[in-house]
Ligand binder design. Structure first.
Ligand SMILES: *Cc1c(COP(=O)(O)O)cnc(C)c1O
Length: 392
């Protein structure tokens, strides 16, 4: 099959829900991808963050191979050993929790929203934030503070209030006798790499305490080492009630987790929620391999070191291109480069040089390299970005 034949078949058989770049990938390893023509690309946005440890991490590949010949799936009306083993392993990273397994970030947030309504016992309102992103299913979309994603799909489910990010006063104003929970990303990913203030997050925790609200932290993009700590909330002096996890958890296989603080977890009982595929043996083994690799390979250390390297390179880039780059934001290996103009042409320019990055919120270049990224790969990325920005 040729590249052109793949494009044609997509036009004919696939709904046009994604804007796509014209390249067909067939192989990946670490920070690199290869297309159908055998061209090699440096990937600084592997799988939208889903390939957190890079493409086809050998320990994940081996875990999947082993488990797939043993038992791929068992439904949730029976036990298998690996769900609890995974939850136990997750508990070693600082958040004492019980978990609900599903298959995506949106589903993890849906589970958190349903959990909050059950917790609220008549209180049902959820407060979310402008420029947030929590997924494309209807309730997760209602919690998402970006009109562009909701347009054409109204009415949204009711019971959601959207307030400005980093504005504690507006949160206080929005809380009513009907409020059950607050949901936020500590670094808004899709919304343009906007980092929550320390005082804002601590204030939110306090409001939640006072009003008996659940604090839901969406760590779908920030979780599992991305920012230099295992969870992003660990940069703040708070403890969430619920954490939602997805993208990188199972090395590229679909898995979502709603993790709720142990002492509050028993609000969910049999029949309250479910997912046929949630937490099957194969994805659990893949996720176990990811968590174990994060520990045994010193991944958090690498993120801290390479995060510093990346941000200093980006600052250097900003100084070289002051008219193109407005601001550098982010934490660890989650970086945003706000441009003074739309970033689409920069992404396309990079693609031509076999370098993959993302642009979000129209003018924010988003770099989220594999957590295993090396200094050499960062230098290579910097050279290409420099060339592309110079040509623009
Ligand atoms: C990607 C993302 C989601 C949605 O995850 P899906 O797996 O696409 O449903 C939710 N929240 C955040 C912060 C995300 O980045």
């Amino acid at each position: 099959m040729t590249t052109e034949a793949v494009f044609n078949d997509y036009r004919r058989y696939i709904t046009a829900t994604y804007a796509k770049l014209p390249v067909v990938f067939v192989k990946g390893r670490g920070s690199y991808l290869w297309d159908m023509r055998g061209k090699k690309y440096l990937d600084f946005f592997p799988g939208f963050g889903a390939a957190g440890l890079g493409h086809c991490h050998p320990k994940v590949v081996s875990a999947i191979n082993k488990q797939s010949s043993k038992l791929i799936f068992i439904a949730n009306n029976f036990y298998h050993p690996w769900q609890a083993e995974l939850a136990k392993e997750l508990n070693n990273f600082g958040f004492g929790c019980k978990v609900f397994y599903c298959n995506s970030g949106a589903e993890a947030n849906e589970a958190a929203i349903k959990f909050s309504r059950k917790f609220g016992n008549g209180r049902y309102e959820i407060i979310g934030f402008e420029n947030s992103f929590h997924g494309r299913t209807l309730a997760a979309l209602a919690a998402t503070g970006q009109k562009k994603h909701q347009t054409g799909f109204q009415p949204m489910p009711s019971g959601f209030k959207i307030v400005p990010f980093n504005d504690l006063k507006k949160v206080r104003k929005a809380v009513s006798g009907k409020t059950a929970a607050v949901i936020l990303e500590l670094i808004q990913g899709e919304g343009g790499i906007n980092v929550a203030n320390q005082s804002f997050v601590r204030g939110l925790r306090k409001i939640c305490e006072e009003k008996n609200l659940l604090l839901i932290i969406d760590e779908v993009q920030t979780g599992l080492g991305r920012t230099g700590k295992f969870f992003c909330y660990q940069h703040y002096d708070i403890l969430p009630d619920i954490i939602t996890i997805a993208k990188p958890i199972a090395g590229g296989l679909p898995m979502g987790i709603m993790a709720v603080r142990k002492e509050k977890a028993d609000i969910f009982g049999p029949g309250d929620h479910g997912s046929t595929f949630g937490g099957g043996p194969l994805v659990c083994q893949a996720a176990l391999a990811v968590l174990r690799a994060i520990k045994s390979e010193g991944i958090l250390n690498n993120v801290k070191k390479m995060g510093k390297e990346l941000h200093s390179k980006l600052q250097e880039l900003k100084q070289k291109h002051p008219s193109a780059i407005k601001e550098v934001r982010g934490l660890g290996l989650m970086a945003g480069l706000e441009l003074n103009q739309p970033g689409k042409s920069v992404v396309e320019g990079c693609l031509k040089k076999q370098f993959l990055i993302n642009c979000t919120h129209e003018r924010v270049l988003r770099l989220m390299p594999a957590l295993t990224v090396t200094k050499k790969e960062i230098a290579q990325a910097f050279d290409i970005l420099d060339e592309v920005l110079s040509a623009a």
